[in-house]
Design a protein around this ligand. Structure first.
Ligand code: GTP
Ligand code: IMP
Ligand code: MG
Length: 340
């Protein structure tokens, strides 16, 4: 019985999608439960040669034996949910996904308020997915719950009860966080943050699992940092420099060009502390060090790459257990056995 939480270490888009897919395909957890804010997230999943962009349904859907759940803390946009059921029909997601009846609903009006707000859309650079206004209605206690939407009736399940019972029965539960540490409403670069805390403790609460039941917190970092939207970014480099290094990027949800920067050891240290990280997954190592593209054995990494990885471990005090060297699941070095 293991309960693991995967979190983003910086401003989101750390490659959580790939890490979740790898870990779920490899470890085959019985339940994969989504925590986090809501459909402002965009996870990229590449599996069996196909690419998927996901906003709400757990990215672990590729593990076809697993039950998929959306925890009470997550905002549900029924339009996004139905779209993803259709989009992932090949994986029989509709037959195994559940939503907690206490999830708050995003309405078209929330999306309009988000997009039309000068402050949210322009100053903060929100995703326009309605999450901020929906969470504010939730705080004001006027939001609608999933249990109030008749079309969602067939999908309702007490996710807290189901996940805790599964753990009691010796099953494995994997909690997917979304966004990233530096976007946390409490610990991020306020006010340029999202509408909720985005650390491991909140993701556990989103799903309804208490802190004493969590075994592993996997903190995902990309080997360089990206940020979409406005706000401070201490290690930012110019777009020209990013292009020269071949690390320019565009967002999954918004298509916006991402700001790019070098790895931030101070941020990584704080992120590991507040998340209580027990492991680090380091992605896109190949984009920083092209000579290690698709490498599957730690021994084959160049001296520079290994030096960078050990610096990450030294500065954070947390072991790097997963090294991602390419988009394919095979392009992964898994060092978790060495921890045992
Ligand atoms: P999260 O929001 O954290 O889930 O990240 P994301 O999945 O949204 O990341 P993003 O949208 O930036 O997409 C990452 C892209 O890079 C996807 O196409 C992934 O398949 C791919 N990718 C993930 N890990 C690696 C890696 O280690 N190396 C390379 N070259 N590509 C990767
Ligand atoms: P909101 O969450 O849509 O209100 O957006 C607030 C800020 O968080 C903006 O800067 C967004 O770009 C950022 N943000 C929210 N979710 C994500 C995510 O999943 N990845 C990257 N940035 C995000
Ligand atoms: Mg993303």
């Amino acid at each position: 019985m293991t309960c693991s939480i995967l979190v983003g270490g910086a401003w989101g888009d750390e490659g959580k999608g790939k890490c979740i897919t790898y870990l779920c395909d490899n470890d085959k957890p019985d339940i994969i439960a989504r925590g986090g804010v809501g459909p402002n997230a965009g996870h990229s999943v590449e599996f069996n040669g196909e690419k998927y962009g996901l906003r709400l349904v757990p990215s672990g859907f590729v593990q076809t034996e697993a039950k998929l759940m959306i925890g009470a803390g997550v905002l549900v946009d029924p339009e996004v949910f139905y779209h993803e059921l259709e989009y992932l029909s090949k994986y029989k997601v509709a037959e195994r996904v559940s939503i907690d009846p206490r999830c708050s609903i995003i309405t078209p009006e929330h999306k309009e308020r988000d997009v039309k707000s000068e402050y949210l859309a322009k100053k903060i650079g929100s995703t326009g997915s309605g999450c901020g206004p929906a969470n504010s209605d939730r705080v004001l206690r006027v939001a609608k719950y999933a249990k109030d939407v008749p079309e969602l009736e067939d999908y309702l399940l007490d996710v807290s009860l189901a996940t805790n019972e599964a753990l009691d029965n010796g099953e494995d539960v994997f909690i997917e966080g979304s966004q990233g540490f530096a976007l946390s409403l409490y610990y991020g670069t306020y006010p340029f943050v999202t509408s909720k805390d985005t650390t491991a403790s909140s993701f556990a609460a989103d799903v309804g699992i208490g802190p004493t039941r969590i075994d592993e917190v996997i903190n995902v970092f990309k080997s360089y940092i990206t940020r979409v939207g406005e706000g401070p970014f201490p290690t930012e480099i110019s777009q020209e420099e990013a292009e020269a290094k071949g690390i320019e990027e565009y967002g999954v949800v918004t298509g916006r060009r991402r700001r790019v920067g070098s790895f931030d050891f101070d941020l990584a240290k704080e992120s590991c502390r507040i998340n209580g990280a027990t492991q680090i997954a380091l992605t896109c190592v190949d984009r920083l060090y092209p000579d290690c593209a698709r490498t599957q054995d730690i021994q084959d990494l160049s001296a520079d790459t290994r030096e960078f990885i050990s610096q990450v471990e030294q500065e954070t005090g947390v072991p790097v257990t997963i090294i991602s060297t390419g988009p394919d699941l095979k392009d992964t070095i898994d060092l978790r056995d060495e921890l045992l």
